[in-house]
Design a protein around this ligand. Structure first.
Ligand code: FPP
Length: 246
């Protein structure tokens, strides 16, 4: 017989949408006398563990900041390692993601990536399209300002073609044109490594997200740290600007 779950130990539902700024790979490597690139490679293991844990907990969407629009200004050796890592992750992880019933969406301007990577990105998203579990969103050559400008361009084009009356544009219509339109609002935004800033990651989408900053460097971020972030999220009083006594 299945034992009844005690109400006191019933788990609270996981946040529907978690977004993560995975920071500190470089410092993790440098503190060990290793090249910064080893930190990025070790960071992939944290990505794998985080994806698995989110899938297990029933999180609807996990959005990861893998490569910001500004990261391409880093030394070319590091940029090409990050490009290669993205290709390797797509090559090596798609089967595992499929096994875990994960769907994949890549957001950002992919045109700067080699054609091979772009094709693989399209293929991986197609291959995982039928899955019904966690939505994994990878932000690559992405910035929140870029996303807002892209949405504005799409809306302006529709208005110019008389498919949309400018007076009808409101938050809902704007949101429909952003990269995360199809996903639930971001409940929890995590940044690792002790930096307390958003670095042009999701901007439109985090209007009412709970923010969580921890000192752990991304390669050291594991399921325990994720559970702590979720525990902190559950302790928040989300009022969305309203008052409880009203
Ligand atoms: C920030 O650390 C991290 C990045 C710029 C890249 C993140 C990439 C990965 C974790 C691996 C690839 C993942 C996927 C999903 C393809 P930093 O270099 O800014 O570290 P620092 O602040 O210590 O210098």
């Amino acid at each position: 017989m299945t034992p009844a779950i005690e109400p006191s130990i019933k788990r609270k539902p996981a946040p529907k949408h978690i977004a993560i700024i995975m920071d500190g790979n470089g410092r993790w490597a440098q503190s060990r006398g290793l090249p910064r690139t080893s930190g990025h490679q070790r960071g992939v293991i944290s990505v794998r563990n985080t994806v698995k844990h989110c899938a297990k907990m029933g999180v609807n969407t996990l959005t990861l900041f893998a490569f910001s629009s500004e990261n391409k200004n880093r030394p070319s050796q590091e940029v090409s390692l990050l490009f290669n890592l993205f290709l390797t992750v797509l090559n090596n992880e798609t089967k595992k993601l499929n096994k875990n019933n994960v769907r994949l969406k890549i957001i950002g301007d992919l045109s700067i990536f080699p054609e091979k990577t772009q094709k693989l990105a399209v293929q991986a998203q197609q291959d995982l399209q039928q899955n019904t579990g966690l939505n994994l969103v990878i932000a690559a050559n992405y910035s929140g300002q870029w996303d807002i400008v892209e949405a504005a361009k799409k809306i302006a084009n529709k208005s110019a073609n008389e498919k949309l009356n400018p007076n009808d544009i409101d938050n809902k219509i704007f949101e429909k044109h952003t990269s995360l339109a199809k996903y639930p609002p971001v409940d929890l935004l995590i940044r690792t490594s002790g930096e307390i800033r958003l670095s042009n990651f999701l901007l439109w989408d985090i209007a009412y997200s709970e923010l969580y900053f921890c000192n752990t460097l991304w390669p050291d971020f594991g399921t325990k740290e994720l559970d702590l972030a979720i525990e902190s999220f559950h302790a928040r009083d989300r009022r969305y600007g309203a008052r409880k006594d009203k």
